[in-house]
Design a protein around this ligand. Structure first.
Ligand code: FMN
Length: 233
């Protein structure tokens, strides 16, 4: 299989896409995406979740209707429903397993799915706004499981601009709540340093081009000068 994009680039360029081309997705890509979902970290490695693939046109329409009528969901060639199972997590970790770990496991799987899809040139979107009982009934989900995330996937037919995200300093605390003690600035500086070889290379290139242009101009002037001198000899 073709190498996929670099992880950081994949994370930074992923977008929620809600418009898909009317193109089928190769099964090997679907398989890889599902495999990436199941490779997410899970509490105690219990892997207490399920991934339901929905490709049936009518079922996709019903899922879209149950998702507050977000009908664009039905336009995706395939939809994954991430479901928490709560059986092993509850048995092993009690209420914390049921209320937290099982849900976090699904979130980790969902993010893996989004990134895997993007890395293969596909588009996806996390859908959390849906009527749980309706989706449960459409997908014949038993009592001991709950649909957590719906992920429509397809080839992108839009390129939305990156939405505004808060800067690092708005997110990060160092050691104490509400304390970033200027240390975030060091992080930002280090990040810029990371880029500096690139910046240096660009500056060097620009300088070389400027020197080249100056040399070419000088040569032109010298040639002209020489030709005038020749003419008036
Ligand atoms: C918990 C959660 C629920 C979401 N539910 C929906 C949804 O129901 N419909 C939708 O169109 N997008 C939904 N989104 C996608 C967000 O709108 C999107 O991630 C956000 O606008 C940032 O855009 P980005 O993903 O391109 O960075 C959801 C995202 C999360 C994490």
């Amino acid at each position: 299989m073709k190498r996929c994009m670099d992880t950081i680039e994949c994370i930074m360029t992923r977008r929620s896409i809600r418009k898909f081309k009317n193109l089928p997705i190769e099964w090997y890509k679907i398989g890889r995406i599902l495999e990436c979902g199941t490779n997410a970290p899970t509490a105690g490695n219990l892997q207490d979740f399920r991934l339901m693939v929905v490709t049936d046109t009518d079922m996709k329409r019903q899922v879209a209707m149950a998702s507050l009528e977000q009908m664009w969901i039905a336009e995706a060639p395939f939809v994954i429903v991430v479901l928490a199972e709560f059986v092993k997590t509850k048995r092993f970790y009690g209420i914390r397993g049921e209320r937290l770990y099982a849900i976090q496991d699904c979130a980790a799987a969902a993010q893996n799915i989004l990134l895997a899809a993007h890395s293969m040139g596909l588009a996806a979107c996390w859908v959390g706004a849906f009527d749980e009982d309706k989706v449960r009934s459409i997908c014949s989900v038993p009592d001991y499981a709950r649909p957590q995330v719906i992920i429509p996937i397809g080839y992108p037919d839009e390129e939305p601009p990156a939405p505004a995200k808060y800067k690092l300093e708005n997110f990060i605390f160092f050691h104490r709540w509400a304390d970033n003690s200027g240390e975030v600035i060091h992080v930002s500086e280090e990040m810029i340093k990371d880029w500096s070889p690139k910046v240096e290379r660009t500056l060097k290139k620009a300088k070389e081009m400027a020197v080249g242009a100056r040399d070419r101009l000088n040569k032109k002037a010298n040639d002209l000068h020489q030709s005038i001198r020749e003419r008036f000899k």
